[in-house]
Design a protein around this ligand. Sequence first.
Ligand SMILES: *Cc1c(COP(=O)(O)O)cnc(C)c1O
Length: 439
Amino acid sequence: MKLQGTATVNEQGHLTIGGCDAVELVKSFGSPLYVMDEALLRENCRVYHQAFCAGGAGEVLYAGKTFLTLAMCRLVEDAGLGLDVVSGGELYTARRAGFPMDRVYFHGNNKTPAELMQALDYGVGQVVVDNLYEMAMLNNLAAGREVPVKVLLRITPGIECHTHEFIRTGQIDSKFGFALPTGQALEAVKAVIDHSHLVFTGLHCHIGSQIFELTSFGYAATVMMEFIAEIRRQTGVTVGTLNLGGGFGIRYTEADTPGDLAAYARLVLDTVAREAHRCGLSVPKVVVEPGRSIAGPAGTTLYTVGSVKEIRGVRRYVAVDGGMTDNPRPALYGSRYEAMLANKADREAVEVVSITGKCCESGDMLIWDIALPKVESGDILAVSCTGAYNYTMSMNYNRLAKPAVIFVRDGQAAVVVERESLDDLIRNDRIPPYLQGRS
Ligand SMILES: *Cc1c(COP(=O)(O)O)cnc(C)c1O
């Protein structure tokens, strides 16, 4: 496993993150445990801010669906980033954290009337309108308000990216947004201009996630700028904001080869400026929405090894005390991860094993075929790069309680989400009266 951020190995041969011994963290906070390297979170935010916001030009929105808690909202606000939310629940989290609502963009392909109302009540900065149903509904809801609602339109530019099919969203056949190649995007622009309670501020696209080819981003920027030129020809309207979404890939295993963040920023900003010049347009404000590349590398999940089962001549199964409930990505997408034994971090790999969870599903595998030092029950397994789409996708299958989340920095650990208790698991259960009596 490649050590990232503040991760290192101490004299006892233990993995440390944020100056905290991983073995001690499990003793203090239990297992499984999500550990977030706060310095790396901040550093990733800083690098994005520097790349896109220098001179006050652009804006960076952290994609909350990646990993969102009250503490994370505070950290994102501190870092000078905005926030992109996709539900009433994420909106509520941001609000309760006191996040500045004018820096919140509200996404989603099927926002409910209640969620839109909530967004207007909170005063969110922008709503990213996905479809005509939503556009009409939002216009009606905005009619009774003093200020019109600022909206971006979500566009599917028709770009295929080389990434897993389930996380491709830029191609025409997508549930997201207005298709550009079919002419529906232009119709939507004309429609939004006619809605008197909406202010059309710009366009949004998001071509997919875990993308390594920087040229995909440059191509998306070019296609969107050509569309902005087309909008001006057809309507006379100048688009002020171009939001190019997230999607920058990260290194989960050695098979992943992410590009350079600074090169990505340069490519996107240069492409937008060049195309604006070529089309005789003013340069729009460029907004990006990174999620995975901020939170992913900062997270490590610690597990305790339980049963180690050898199927002679076939495979050694190492079972941990979590699994698809705290990290559904391998089961969902076939995602691959690296890991190490946190209590034997200085030892050589001597065997190849497969890591399985404790759920009643054969698909509950975390890692197939990983080389590790001799694994024994009681060892602490650290799986790296779990900061994105793990806690937010976690679930209670088999009535497993969700792990705690801690931030670590400078030798200090702070709980940002408490471990669920057994009582939490039955908190919303009710026994209807006719089942309450015992015969
Ligand atoms: C998921 C998503 C993002 C973040 O994507 P990452 O790959 O995590 O950077 C940004 N914008 C939108 C609209 C998304 O759906």
